[in-house]
Design a protein around this ligand. Sequence first.
Ligand SMILES: Nc1ncnc2c1ncn2[C@@H]1O[C@H](COP(=O)(O)OP(=O)(O)OP(=O)(O)O)[C@@H](O)[C@H]1O
Ligand SMILES: [Mg+2]
Length: 277
Amino acid sequence: MRVAARPEDEAPPIVIEGLVNRFGDFTVHEGLDLTVRRGEILGVVGGSGSGKSVLMRSIIGLQRPAAGRIDVLGHTITEIDLEQGVGVRRRWGVLFQGGALFSTLTVGENVEVPLRKYYPDLSTELRQQIARYKVILAGLPESAVAKYPAELSGGMKKRAGLARALALDPELLFLDEPTAGLDPIGAANFDRLTRELKETLGLTVFLITHDLDTLYEICDRVAVIADKRIIAVGTIPELIATGHPWIEEYFGGPRGRAAGAAQAAHAAVTAHGRTDG
Ligand SMILES: Nc1ncnc2c1ncn2[C@@H]1O[C@H](COP(=O)(O)OP(=O)(O)OP(=O)(O)O)[C@@H](O)[C@H]1O
Ligand SMILES: [Mg+2]
């Protein structure tokens, strides 16, 4: 669907340099650097309150940093104002922590919100059709279109939020704790959907998560926030090799070891299946 490649398509979609964020005297980020590669699922981990959500809000222009530079899809977000940013804003989709659906709107109407905002000239019929398609793309039954958020389970709410994030055919998808609160099967299904969407739609995904299974199963690389900056970014074996105490505790603790073992077992079964098949 996308037209000719633009020169900026060759560059990494997100480049962050020297980011500083403060709330009063409290410093969240101090000299944070991070580059997100095109087409990857980048997992972002860090302790609660380490600044993951604030980092995401800075990238999408909702949090004005005290210093530093953030380039997204060839635009310097830290220099443009909201109005100028409209063109680039419609090239990403966001699933906020907690979902943040409008409770007085149906699922379909929720998905229509960004379409109304960025494509006001769309006919009602086309807008509704696009919304219905996105609801199905997010793995919900068509009947969910007419339901209100209060009528949905937690997992369905996440999918409705995902449908809204996909409304504008984004190139970049931001997911903040998408599997938090889901049962293990629901979480695994959501992970699979994320991976499928990334592969079929060619998305780049910025995925904040505490879910070790998600990190092992679908992330191409993982970035670790600690001490107000990104202390390491790489594959999980690369991260473990850094020997950083927080990373060792995170991936080497009982839950981390269990998730790693499950992934290794799954990989072995898959490899075995391929040899036989
Ligand atoms: N608008 C705000 N005003 C003041 N402080 C804020 C604001 N937003 C975030 N903070 C503070 O910044 C720090 C980082 O918050 P953030 O929400 O990014 O954490 P997080 O890493 O996403 O945590 P969690 O894993 O619990 O979601 C926290 O100490 C938080 O209290
Ligand atoms: Mg958060």
